[in-house]
Design a protein around this ligand. Structure first.
Ligand SMILES: O=C(O)CCC(=O)C(=O)O
Ligand SMILES: [Fe+2]
Length: 267
């Protein structure tokens, strides 16, 4: 795994709220991670969240046809865990966001199936159980992601415009811009990738993806990271019910079983 970023990439991430990082994984690493992801999703069937705590299941809704979405694969597959919770990756993220440590929030396999719906413009962090201007996600292409099959698009600089106000990830591509009209005045940037490339995006950067117009699957593995010390905001998201019920707003989210530390400088 190529976990060195250039100073240019770091500056670009901070300015734009996302950065493209070609060649994160070698061809053999892509093969290893892709096999682990596909094994995990096969094991899960229609169940959306692995490893307990949620009974969310895939149905036939518009959203269920945006992608095959399966979460927390790291809890059931050691290879996924080795990649997504890798300390070198965590250290790299600390360099992007200047925080002293990250916990995993959740990972997600996002497979845009042939002819899958587009992914509406959205922000990630407002859905989660903590609010932070320094949350970050990695999006790894495990097959080439192209303009034709639904590669990622980002709206540069929107991490600085966003609050935690949320919109549902429904059918309308543009609903986010009703809440944040200024974001609609900025040109979005497409980030096509070869398998093994990745991008990083801040949890408040507006992003989306086109439809998959091809007969092949767009296979991506992603993971969201929470700065150490982040506190509970009252939203359940995918927290297990018993844990959720035990939390008060303002509690530090520090459950080492559910959100283990990926990397910390220990300060
Ligand atoms: O893969 C997609 O289409 C969307 C991915 C996304 O929203 C994310 O990684 O936060
Ligand atoms: Fe997202």
């Amino acid at each position: 795994m190529k976990t060195q970023l250039t100073q240019n990439q770091i500056e670009s991430y901070r300015r734009q709220g996302f950065v493209y990082h070609p060649g994160l994984l070698s061809a053999s690493e892509v093969a290893e991670l892709k096999a682990a992801v596909l094994q995990s999703t096969a094991t899960m069937g229609k169940q959306k969240v692995a490893g307990g705590g949620s009974d969310l299941e895939e149905g036939e809704s518009y959203y269920d046809k945006v992608f095959t979405q399966r979460l927390n694969l790291w809890r059931i597959h050691p290879v996924v865990k080795r990649y997504m919770l890798s300390p070198e990756l965590g250290q790299m993220l600390c360099g992007l966001e200047t925080v002293s440590g990250f916990r995993v929030w959740h990972d997600q396999a996002l497979i845009k199936e042939p002819f899958g719906n587009p992914t509406a413009w959205h922000l990630d962090n407002p859905y989660w159980s903590f609010y932070s201007r320094q949350s970050v996600s990695i999006w790894i292409a495990l097959e080439d992601a192209t303009l034709a099959n639904g590669c990622m698009w980002f709206v540069p600089g929107t991490h600085a415009l966003a609050t935690y106000e949320n919109v549902g990830l429904g059918g309308n591509m543009s609903d986010l811009f009703n809440v944040y009209p200024k974001m609609a005045t900025i040109d979005p940037v497409a980030v096509p990738m070869q398998a093994g490339d990745c991008s990083f995006h801040n949890g408040l950067t507006a992003h989306g993806a086109g439809a998959n117009m091809t007969r092949s699957r767009r296979i991506a593995m992603t993971c969201a990271y929470m700065p150490v010390g982040s506190t509970f905001n009252g939203q359940r998201n995918i927290l297990p019910k018993a844990y959720f019920d035990s939390l008060q707003k303002g509690d530090v989210l520090a459950n080492n079983d559910w959100n283990p530390i990926v990397y910390t400088t220990g300060q």
